[in-house]
Design a protein around this ligand. Structure first.
Ligand SMILES: [Zn+2]
Length: 58
């Protein structure tokens, strides 16, 4: 069975790098690390299905 998924884009609040993560459509919150500076973030749905909001996870 295929799990519906989509790509969430988020901007690192520390270095500004745009990150992308493939998430299940049922997920409304995910933890991810910036691919550039490795900062941990909590990422949640933003104004559009693609653009998500991120904040530092500390
Ligand atoms: Zn970063």
């Amino acid at each position: 069975m295929t799990v519906p998924a989509h790509t969430a884009e988020w901007n690192c609040t520390r270095c500004g790098t745009t990150n992308r993560k493939l998430v299940s459509t049922r997920i409304t919150r995910v933890n991810d690390r910036c691919t550039h500076c490795r900062a941990k973030h909590v990422v949640e749905p933003g104004p559009t299905p693609v653009r998500w909001d991120a904040r530092l996870d500390d």
